[in-house]
Ligand binder design. Structure first.
Ligand SMILES: NC(=O)c1ccc[n+]([C@@H]2O[C@H](COP(=O)([O-])OP(=O)(O)OC[C@H]3O[C@@H](n4cnc5c(N)ncnc54)[C@H](OP(=O)(O)O)[C@@H]3O)[C@@H](O)[C@H]2O)c1
Length: 287
């Protein structure tokens, strides 16, 4: 039985990856920083190690006896996440340390979740660090899989909350297209990629929507009487310079969101679950 170290297993994607790894017969060890959050992973994980991936001492020795590292580790893109560490520290720094450790212990494979189109936005920290780390994996000599999704369904949780408050807006014309993917579907793609040497796998959901369509879909599910207003893109962007001065993490997220709205972000359609089904289940579970 191959051994997998899963880092980021308590996250939206990581939880589904833990399930899928278990289903595929891997023995999973998970690095978690919050043992309470780890409770829900217990059926799928054989061993838990408590630690913070940004701390060198907590990462040292982690890969002993491990065949495959799967990293879904990253700073949350939610505006509700106010943790101090930035994308540079978590998405780049912690992953780079993990890669170093994997090489030191002769791990067989490193699987990393990047983001679709990360190479196209060198001025946006979120994308730049994902791209830089992907380049390091490729240069490392380890067998790798780099997974590149557009948005995950859970990325719309903030929009659901705004829709409930009647505050959901579409900046700009909202015409650009994307095909977000359900975490459970992407987890399947990730685990399949373990058998695909040195692969870069782009994977999106089964349906392509415009940004405004996504907002309208969310609004309809939350409160069909509510309306999604449009605001000028320039107005939405006007707060960014001040945000950059007072809260760099918030700026990085805001700049990222406003940039992706202005481009089509479409990956090969690998998901099966529709956003409508996801919203039905999520809102039913919350009510
Ligand atoms: N969300 C999207 O739409 C999207 C789109 C494309 C790519 N991605 C990429 O996919 C990956 C997973 O995304 P996600 O939405 O599942 O993220 P998430 O829900 O925020 O999960 C991130 C995971 O990383 C863990 N983590 C963060 N800092 C840590 C630290 N210092 N030490 C140990 N663990 C730490 C979190 O632990 P806690 O549970 O303790 O916080 C959590 O398990 C990320 O790399 C993200 O950039 C996401």
């Amino acid at each position: 039985m191959s051994t997998v170290l899963l880092v980021g297993g308590t996250g939206n994607l990581g939880q589904k990856v833990a399930q899928e790894l278990h289903r595929a017969g891997y023995a999973v060890t998970a690095l978690v920083r919050n043992p309470q959050k780890a409770e829900r992973l217990k059926p799928f994980v054989q061993q838990f190690i408590t630690g913070d991936a940004t701390k060198p001492d907590d990462v040292s020795g982690l890969c002993a006896g491990i065949d495959i590292v799967v990293s879904t580790l990253g700073k949350s893109v939610s505006l509700n996440d106010r943790s101090r560490a930035g994308f540079e520290e978590v998405d780049y720094g912690a992953n780079a340390r993990l890669l170093q450790e994997a090489r030191r212990q002769n791990v067989r494979k490193f699987v990393y979740v990047s983001a679709l189109g990360a190479e196209n936005y060198p001025d946006l920290r979120y994308f730049a660090v994902h791209h830089r780390f992907s380049q390091e994996i490729i240069a490392s000599g380890l067998d790798y899989s780099i997974i590149k999704p557009p948005a995950l369904f859970s990325a719309f949780t903030d929009l659901i909350d705004l829709a409930k408050k009647g505050m959901l807006v579409t900046p700009g014309d909202g015409r650009h297209l994307t095909n977000p993917i359900y975490e459970g579907d992407l987890a399947r793609v990730i685990v399949e990629s373990i058998g695909q040497p040195n692969s870069v796998v782009e994977a999106g959901g089964r349906q392509v929507y415009s940004r405004h369509q996504i907002n309208e879909l969310i609004q309809r599910h939350v409160n069909p009487n509510g309306k999604v207003r449009r605001i000028p893109l320039g107005l939405a962007k006007s707060g960014l310079p001040l945000m950059k001065l007072i809260d760099r993490n918030l700026y990085d997220k805001g700049a990222f969101f406003l940039e992706v709205l202005q481009h089509d972000v479409i990956a090969p359609q690998r998901g099966e679950t529709s956003l409508e089904t996801y919203l039905d289940q999520k809102l039913y579970a919350r009510s």
